[in-house]
Design a protein around this ligand. Structure first.
Ligand code: NDP
Length: 316
């Protein structure tokens, strides 16, 4: 039987090309998306082999929907070999927070809390899978890390003491640290939580389950629809800037290929690793395990994030 991978957010960008690459390698891809017609169209346009995927509904912003997705996946009767947490929203121009159906700030709810719940639910499926090599991969980003050039641009991520989470994260609270709403920071905070989640999963479950937990920064994929909510000028300027000034630009295809490598290739079977590529824009650029940001490698903060997130998603 083909190995099965679930990828969230495959209607466009990195997730779509990762799905294409894995399907072409002979994997069966469960495309977890909130817009089924858009997904059908995208899969057709890219000629993704029809026998190698199915589409299942998920709205990562809704905890109910995440739970339903896990149930529907189980009904397919396929052992799970890998899970890729990829979906994300970035709403840089937002002045007031949007709320998820559960009452949480929407970018944190979608990018982190939905994936936190999904990973915890599907951990059971990964454990029960007969495959000796099972992996859980969470997309990170350079902007989670103020130690890197791409992460220095303000506002910087800061989870503080996670006071906002501790207080229940509902109105009037908008941010993990309990401070004033800042949409760009909300995205970056959610990506710090993504990396912390990967590290906590590794610490808690790698040894007992043998599952490989990893994260990666595939490069700056400056022309994905992630930036669709930005100023039109930014959408023109950003890819040019990344191609010609920082050299960090990576095509959607190459980024998707890198995700597929971390899911499938033997050299990426290193639990707890955060993968990055030197000479990012080059196809032959070499991958290496990169140190994550000070907050993302802070074990105490990781344990707190875990405890509060488990409460917020109803696992504790
Ligand atoms: P895209 O906007 O192209 O893709 C995001 C995907 O997430 C889309 O399929 C979108 O679906 C889906 N999505 C958003 N909200 C939800 C939801 N509530 N439920 C289900 N699916 C949802 O962005 P990218 O491909 O650029 O980003 C993918 C990942 O890569 C993200 O985790 C991002 O942080 C990371 N990344 C991106 C970088 C970049 O430069 N672009 C750099 C580093 C990391 P829909 O079509 O329905 O909106």
């Amino acid at each position: 039987q083909k190995p099965t991978v679930i990828i969230t957010g495959t209607t466009s960008g990195v997730g779509l090309y990762a799905a294409k690459s894995l399907a072409q390698r002979g994997w069966f891809v469960v495309m977890a998306c909130r817009d089924i017609p858009k997904m059908e169209q995208a899969a057709k346009e890219l000629n993704i082999p029809r026998d190698n995927y199915c589409i299942e509904f998920i709205d990562l912003g809704s905890l109910d929907s995440v739970r339903r997705f896990a149930k529907n996946f189980r009904a397919l009767g396929r052992p799970l070999t890998a899970l890729v947490c990829n979906a994300a929203i970035y709403l840089p121009l937002l002045k007031e927070p949007l709320r998820s159906p559960d009452g949480y700030e929407l970018s944190m709810a979608t990018n982190h809390l939905g994936h936190f719940l999904l990973s915890n639910l599907l951990l059971e499926d990964l454990k029960n899978s007969p495959s000796p090599d099972r992996r859980l991969v969470i997309l990170g980003t350079v902007t989670h890390n103020p130690d890197e050039l791409g992460g220095k641009i303000p506002p910087r991520p800061d989870l503080g003491d996670l006071d906002g989470f501790a207080k229940g994260f509902k109105e009037p609270i908008t941010m993990a640290d309990g401070k004033k709403f800042e949409s760009v920071k909300a995205y970056k905070d959610s990506k710090v939580c993504n990396v912390l989640t990967m590290r906590e999963l590794h610490k808690r479950y790698h040894q007992s389950t043998g599952i490989t937990f990893t994260s990666l920064y595939p490069g700056c994929v400056a022309d994905t629809p992630l930036f669709r909510n930005h100023y039109p000028f930014f959408q023109q300027f950003f890819p040019w800037f990344q191609k010609n000034i920082t050299g960090g630009y990576v095509s959607q295809e190459l980024a998707g290929e890198r995700v597929a490598m971390v899911v499938a290739d033997p050299e990426y079977r290193q639990s707890g690793a955060y993968w990055s590529w030197g000479n990012r824009q080059k196809k032959e650029g070499k991958s290496f395990v990169q140190r994550v940001s000070p907050q993302a490698r802070d074990d105490e903060r990781g344990a707190k994030m875990w405890e509060y997130s488990a409460k917020l998603v109803g696992l504790a």
